[in-house]
Design a protein around this ligand. Structure first.
Ligand code: SR1
Ligand code: MG
Length: 426
């Protein structure tokens, strides 16, 4: 049973529990039909293990659905940290946009209820959370390609390369209201690891490095520069929290879930989120090795995925850009009218320069996202699941040292190959 909420919630909202969610779905004829049979036969369980929401899986005679409902507070912390239900609205809008431009890579949405802050969506099975697969040492042959495509399709089509200036500005305004979620990222990623924030935590044994990071003016300034980008670069509709816990996979299928942090921000924030979490998975591997060296080959495979991810992203982004022509000019920057005829090839250096700028942002955001998952409030299972604390400290220390260098010396990491080599050598 869900406990009664102390927080005031809007009229029409009640937090569901595994029983009441069945009554709710029974009143939706299309969904009830999908489930099949009678309500009494439906099985329902709450499976949310994220930091914020309720997630139910309901199984009927003929099918299953997933229900995600926002709580009016941060689940990880409790009712002392209220959080607007409006995040469900932004997630719904972002899912719609992603489904328009990259339908193969998101779950299908069946029903959205604004008052209940709830979406009924496709139950993904036999998918598992990518992070859990990486901890177990499972290879997903398509995941890097799929995520590279997802990123290129969503980021390109919501940028000024595809949207008119008028439409883009309208969309920026819509998502600019997702302020509470942006504020979480602004505080937790860019500030809190760099001062003694009350909710910070770290594995015992990392006191010295946590302290040195908090006294590191170069690091802090680099973090604030990236925060500046995060708060000012309205480049595209970004997922906003694309870590490996926001990706569900099978060997052949990949879906990005949970875009409740979506807003118009820098493209490199999303690309950097995936890369940061692959790097965390990489640095955690020795902590999961059954015996010394047993995960070395798998760890190398993870680094190869970073290279594939970026190469697919860059190739898909380039292809989409080059497909613009006079008949389908797309958005208002780098308009084909400027690059037609003899100046046709001039677009190539322009594309290269833009991708280089995205790569630079990617590195900075990736580094910060690694640090926050070790020294800030919200950690990752890759590290937390390492039972031997001294081994965990060693993995986390390596990751922190690598991330600091990556942030302050990012110019030395010009390609994903170099990034992978430096991670391997660290
Ligand atoms: C208080 S929420 C903590 C984190 O969980 C989410 O997944 C986001 O990454 C957020 O920063
Ligand atoms: Mg999430």
């Amino acid at each position: 049973m869900t406990a009664a909420l102390k927080l005031a919630t809007p009229k029409g909202y009640t937090a569901l529990n595994p029983d009441t969610v069945k009554d709710y779905l029974a009143a939706l004829p299309e969904i009830a039909k999908k489930l099949g049979g009678k309500l009494a036969e439906w099985q329902s369980r709450e499976v949310g293990d994220g930091n914020l929401n309720l997630v139910f899986i309901i199984k009927g005679k003929d099918g299953s659905v997933c229900v995600k409902q926002a709580l009016p507070y941060v689940r990880l912390v409790g009712e002392s940290w209220p959080l607007p239900l409006s995040r469900a609205h932004f997630e719904h809008l972002a899912l719609e946009a992603e489904a328009t431009f990259a339908p193969a890579y998101v779950p299908a949405s069946y029903h959205y209820d604004e008052a209940m802050a709830l979406t009924v969506m496709e139950y993904l099975s036999p998918h598992i959370i990518l992070r859990k697969g990486l901890i177990r040492g499972i290879k997903y042959p398509n995941v890097a390609k799929h995520l590279g495509e997802f990123l290129a399709l969503t980021l390109f089509h919501t940028s000024d390369l595809h949207l008119s200036a008028e439409e883009k500005k309208k969309q920026i305004a819509v998502f600019a209201a997702n302020t509470a979620m942006c504020k979480i990222s602004e505080d937790l990623i860019f500030d809190e690891p760099y001062f003694e924030a009350p909710m910070n935590r770290h594995t015992p044994g990392l006191e010295d490095i946590a302290k040195s990071f908090r006294a590191d003016a170069v690091l802090k300034t680099a973090a604030q520069e990236m925060k500046w980008r995060f708060m000012n670069a309205t480049e595209a509709l970004i997922h906003g929290d694309l870590h490996t816990g926001s990706v569900m996979v099978t060997e052949t299928d990949t879906r990005a879930i949970d875009p409740e942090f979506a807003f118009y921000g820098p493209m490199g924030f999303d690309v950097g989120a995936v890369i940061a979490n692959l790097l965390l998975a990489y640095f955690a591997q020795s902590g999961h090795a059954e015996k010394h060296g047993a995960r070395n080959a798998y760890a190398s495979w993870i680094l190869e995925q970073i290279v594939v991810l970026w190469e697919i992203f860059a190739a898909t982004f380039t292809k989409l850009w080059k497909e613009r022509d006079a008949a389908h000019p797309g958005g208002d920057v780098y308009a084909p009218r400027l690059y037609g005829g003899e100046s046709g090839n001039a677009i190539n250096p322009a594309i290269r320069a833009r991708l280089e700028a995205i790569w630079n942002d990617t590195l900075g955001f990736a580094a910060l996202k690694m640090i926050r998952r070790i020294l800030g409030l919200a950690h990752v299972e890759d590290m937390e699941a390492i039972p031997d604390v001294s081994l965990r400290v060693a993995c986390e220390r390596k990751a922190l040292t690598f991330a600091r260098k990556l942030l302050v010396e990012h110019k030395a990491y010009g390609t994903p190959q170099v990034l992978a080599q430096k991670a391997m050598a660290s």
